[in-house]
Write a protein that binds this ligand. Structure first.
Ligand SMILES: Cc1cc2nc3c(=O)[nH]c(=O)nc-3n(C[C@H](O)[C@H](O)[C@H](O)COP(=O)(O)O)c2cc1C
Length: 154
């Protein structure tokens, strides 16, 4: 429930679903009941700045027995523009008891540490920053463990 692409949202899929909490509930209930494996969910923080219902969606997800929730700190309307915001992710983490993964604009070991601290999330997810620097994960892991920076590979 994170994709903002026009062709996806115009058929009421992806992040367009965030505007319809009842439908989210029905979909999550159906999927969780249909499979024997843990079901996880990825969302944005809401439809737009005036409709940031991420906390509500997160509670629905937990009630529907979703096992882990990833939150991209942008609304549908933001697409991939501007900076992600982490306040909503922090509020979501406070509101539910399943693991929360913070996502959006995490592109360095320092940023990873900062976002984990700000949101209190259980994990972070990295998208675009890994393109061209697949060693970023190792750098972040090392920084979180030892508080020192590894050099990028030559
Ligand atoms: C070209 C592109 C394709 C993406 N496809 C998916 C996808 O299929 N499923 C998904 O959950 N997120 C997808 N995303 C969103 C990313 O997983 C991530 O939420 C978003 O890029 C923000 O994180 P970042 O700032 O670390 O890149 C895509 C992003 C981009 C730029």
């Amino acid at each position: 429930m994170g994709c903002p692409a026009k062709k996806v949202c115009k058929v009421l899929a992806g992040s367009a679903l965030l505007a319809n909490e009842e439908l989210v509930k029905r979909i999550l209930t159906s999927v969780v009941n249909a499979v024997d494996v843990p079901v996880t969910l990825k969302i944005r923080t809401g439809s737009d700045a005036d409709n940031r219902n991420g906390v509500q969606i997160a509670k629905i997800a937990e009630d529907c027995e979703i096992q882990m929730l990833t939150v991209h700190g942008r609304t549908r309307a933001c697409r991939f523009l501007g900076q992600a915001e982490y306040k909503t992710i922090c509020n979501i983490k406070k509101s539910i008891n399943i693991p929360v993964v913070a996502n959006g604009n995490i592109n360095s070991p320092e940023k990873a540490k900062k976002i984990l601290a700000i949101t209190n999330a259980d994990a972070i997810m990295i998208g675009r920053a890994a393109q061209g620097q697949p060693w970023l994960f190792r750098q972040i892991g090392h920084y979180l463990k030892f508080n020192e920076k590894l050099e990028p590979l030559p």
